[in-house]
Design a protein around this ligand. Structure first.
Ligand SMILES: Cc1cc2nc3c(=O)[nH]c(=O)nc-3n(C[C@H](O)[C@H](O)[C@H](O)COP(=O)(O)OP(=O)(O)OC[C@H]3O[C@@H](n4cnc5c(N)ncnc54)[C@H](O)[C@@H]3O)c2cc1C
Length: 262
């Protein structure tokens, strides 16, 4: 019993809550939960998801208010910035500046952005994937630098399945002298997608999380289907890793049969 409680305690400590419009969390009375101070009492970081750009100004405003209140000592509330939006580099600069002025930690989940088809007609997103990639890399570098140089500091959740982006961030951390397990830097991927990368990061000592969708099947399935569509590139990359995966399966099967794998 004691051991189980301890395990639950560890799990709870490592839990990062994502609030999105999908799933059961959407129905939680968010403000009520936040007013109760739940995130700080449980010391559970809370990540506000980003959606279509029309909704985002309100969400960013809410994030800013919550960060001012809760992020004074440690990063509790994370905003999400979608780097496929042309406006995001400037938004990021302003957010960092504002946090510095008001003495709180700017915590941000960086993503490329999931609503490309809906955004395209409004002309809000970069014209090419390369432009989005460049904006994403620059933003990640900027936040990592802010973590080291700014007081109060910043915090980053790099949410991507892109191998190069993960590799660049890891290299930048090393260059800046950030410890692999520095609590101000986290990596996250969706459960079932590029698990090999998440596990490799975790094994190497980085803070690596899997996003686990929680809710009714009819609520979460459309969300997961959208994610599989936009992550075709990541699945393509995984296809190149098929020999590695085959070897791993073989190694585990042989291990079960008691044979030492070659
Ligand atoms: C843990 C986690 C949390 C997430 N939370 C959110 C969230 O809150 N809000 C949200 O919107 N998304 C969220 N996403 C999804 C994310 O925005 C991406 O859609 C998804 O991760 C694919 O991008 P990538 O960086 O992993 O990989 P990549 O395959 O390198 O990038 C694909 C992305 O590049 C961009 N892109 C592709 N083609 C073009 C083009 N022609 N022009 C411009 N840009 C292009 C799009 O954003 C596309 O999704 C989350 C992802 C993860 C892993």
């Amino acid at each position: 019993m004691g051991a189980s409680l301890q395990r639950i305690g560890t799990w709870k400590k490592r839990l990062l809550l994502h609030f999105s419009a999908c799933g059961a969390f959407a129905r939680l009375p968010k403000m009520q939960l936040l007013k109760m101070g739940r995130p700080t009492i449980l010391a559970i970081p809370l990540l506000l998801d980003a959606e279509q750009s029309g909704r985002q100004p309100a969400v960013h405003l809410l994030a800013r208010q919550l960060q001012r209140e809760f992020n004074t000592e440690e990063p509790i509330v994370y905003d999400t910035v979608q780097m496929y939006l042309k406006a995001s580099p400037q938004r990021l600069d302003q957010a960092l500046h504002y946090a510095g002025q008001h003495g709180y930690i700017y915590a941000v989940k960086l993503v490329r952005g999931a609503y490309i088809e809906q955004e395209r007609p409004f002309g809000t997103i970069f014209d090419t994937k390369e432009d989005t990639d460049a904006a994403f890399e620059t933003a990640a570098e900027k936040i990592l630098q802010a973590i080291v140089t700014k007081r109060p500091s910043a915090a980053l959740m790099l949410a991507t399945h892109n191998r190069s982006s993960l590799f660049n961030a890891v290299q930048m951390m090393e260059k800046l002298g950030l410890a692999r397990n520095d609590q101000r830097v986290h990596f996250a991927q969706i459960l079932g997608m590029v698990d090999n990368l998440t596990y490799a990061l975790g094994l190497a000592g980085y803070n690596a999380s899997k996003l686990l969708v929680f809710g009714q099947i009819h609520e979460v399935l459309p969300w997961l289907l959208r994610r599989t569509r936009e992550n075709r590139d990541a699945f393509g990359a995984q296809a190149h890793e098929l020999p590695v995966l085959r070897n791993e399966i073989r190694r585990r099967l042989l291990g079960r049969l008691g044979r030492v794998p070659r």
